[in-house]
Design a protein around this ligand. Structure first.
Ligand SMILES: C[S@@+](CC[C@H](N)C(=O)[O-])C[C@H]1O[C@@H](n2cnc3c(N)ncnc32)[C@H](O)[C@@H]1O
Length: 425
């Protein structure tokens, strides 16, 4: 055994111990509220089905793997997808036990639990339509080994819904991690007083500290539970990825990007770069490069959410193209939760569309009354062509049909809509 692999094993054990002592996420001893409020998990096919399979008929008759399920994710997916067959794995026995407790409490019978590492998943001998792994792969000793194992059990037309930490928004977190490591304070030995001290230290960081500038993105750092503070500041191993790192990891594992979620966080079109003298150069670059540039411009993303697929998945099963000849046959579908509000501008009131869960608050899209009417008419079942036909009398000389295509393209770039094909229900 090399020194490196011994060190890997040691950290692997520390990661496991952390999630035994501090199962993540905290709380949720029952899911009554989740059920009563008809809540849903981000990325759940009950809402996002056509992001994974734009040309298929929506169904929850799916084989799903939740890799690194933590305490609540598997039970919530099972509630949202009663006909799915869900396999959930985790290395933390306490997280598995918590999930089992929730399943018993709510009579959930469509989840099979296994205490095992992601790297061993091919040993189960199953394959899956959808693999969910959020906040896990960046904690593995070798993320590529873990992702390759997941790729091995993903069906050819399947998808993965992944979340990895992002590099530029988390730099301040790494300064804090390094600081506590130097003090010898770890997830294993931190006392209650240490954790309380840690929470108050965050409050007195200098104003020029990177974490102070970005604390807005970490949802009320001051009121985080001890479990969350440990996960953020005392983790024995986490990595963060830039957009090029994400693309390289996928390529190394025989996968490709299917859809970058929250694309507006990265796309230069959604930043002041759009009106800069550099935009004509930027627009000629491939999408991955454009997103990398937008990411560097904002330098604030804390996580990347994306859908990936095998590199041998046929394009025609997963790509919709608003530039294609058939664009009028595409059906726009609104992202859940998209809202419209009016803001004051020097010219008066202006309606803007916005996504309440975008990380960056400047992201919004101004619309006049005609565009707003068009946006409101999107119902998830009517093709773009028919929506535009109905709007024609209102468009008059103000808009051409192609302007409406450009508007739909913008709506997709801003994450307000996605498209599905017409042949599917
Ligand atoms: C930050 S939590 C995320 C939990 C869940 N995915 C969510 O989003 O709520 C990370 C989880 O990954 C698990 N984990 C870490 N390394 C793992 C591995 N090699 N195989 C399986 N699970 C692992 C941990 O035990 C922990 O429950």
């Amino acid at each position: 055994m090399t020194e490196e692999s011994l060190r890997d094993d040691e950290i692997r054990q520390q990661v496991k111990d952390q999630y035994e002592k501090f199962p993540y996420p905290a709380g949720a001893t029952d899911l009554h509220k989740f059920i009563e409020q008809k809540s849903y998990q981000l990325g759940c096919p009950s809402r996002w089905f056509h992001c994974y399979w734009p040309y298929a008929t929506a169904t929850d008759d799916l084989d799903i793997l939740i890799a690194g399920c933590g305490t609540t994710q598997a039970a919530k997916f099972a509630i949202n997808l009663p006909n799915a067959r869900i396999t959930a794995i985790d290395i933390s026995e306490n997280s598995i036990n918590h999930t089992r407790m929730l399943m018993n409490k709510h009579g959930i019978t469509n989840v099979t639990l296994h205490k095992m590492p992601i790297e061993s998943i091919p040993e189960l001998g199953n394959t899956y339509d959808l693999i969910i792994s959020t906040g896990v792969i960046h904690h593995l000793p070798d993320p590529a080994t873990g992702l390759k194992a997941l790729r091995e059990v993903l069906r050819q037309n399947g998808s993965m819904y992944l979340m990895l930490y992002a590099k530029y928004g988390r730099d301040g977190v790494y300064y804090m991690q390094d600081m506590f490591r130097r003090m010898g304070i770890t997830a294993a030995n931190a006392t209650r007083e240490d954790l309380e001290g840690l929470a108050s230290l965050v409050e007195i960081l200098p104003e020029y500290h990177s974490l102070t500038a970005k604390r807005l993105f970490f949802n009320d750092l001051g009121s985080r539970s001890h479990i969350e503070l440990v996960d953020l500041f005392l983790h024995p191993r986490d990595r963060a990825y830039s957009i090029p790192d994400v693309y390289s990891l996928l390529e190394e594992c025989g996968m490709r990007m299917q859809k970058m979620l929250f694309r507006a966080h990265y796309d230069p079109v959604c930043t002041p770069l759009l009106h800069s003298p550099f935009f004509s150069q930027i627009r000629s670059l491939p999408l991955a490069e454009r997103l990398a540039i937008g990411e560097l411009f904002r330098a604030g993303s804390i996580v990347h959410y994306f859908i990936a697929c095998r590199d041998d998945r046929p394009e025609e099963t997963c790509v919709t193209d608003i530039h294609g000849d058939d664009w009028m046959r595409l059906i726009p579908v609104k992202q859940p939760g998209i809202s419209v509000t009016s803001i004051d501008t020097p010219e008066g009131k202006k309606n803007v569309i916005f996504c309440p869960i975008h990380q960056f608050r400047d992201l919004c899209y101004p619309v006049d009354e005609i565009l707003l009417e068009f946006f409101h008419s999107i119902d998830g079942v009517t093709p773009a062509g028919q929506l535009i036909e109905k709007l024609l009398p209102r468009m008059g000389d103000a808009y051409e049909v192609d302007d409406m295509r450009i508007f739909l393209e913008d709506m997709e770039t801003y994450d307000y809509i996605w498209f599905r094909g017409q042949s599917c229900a």
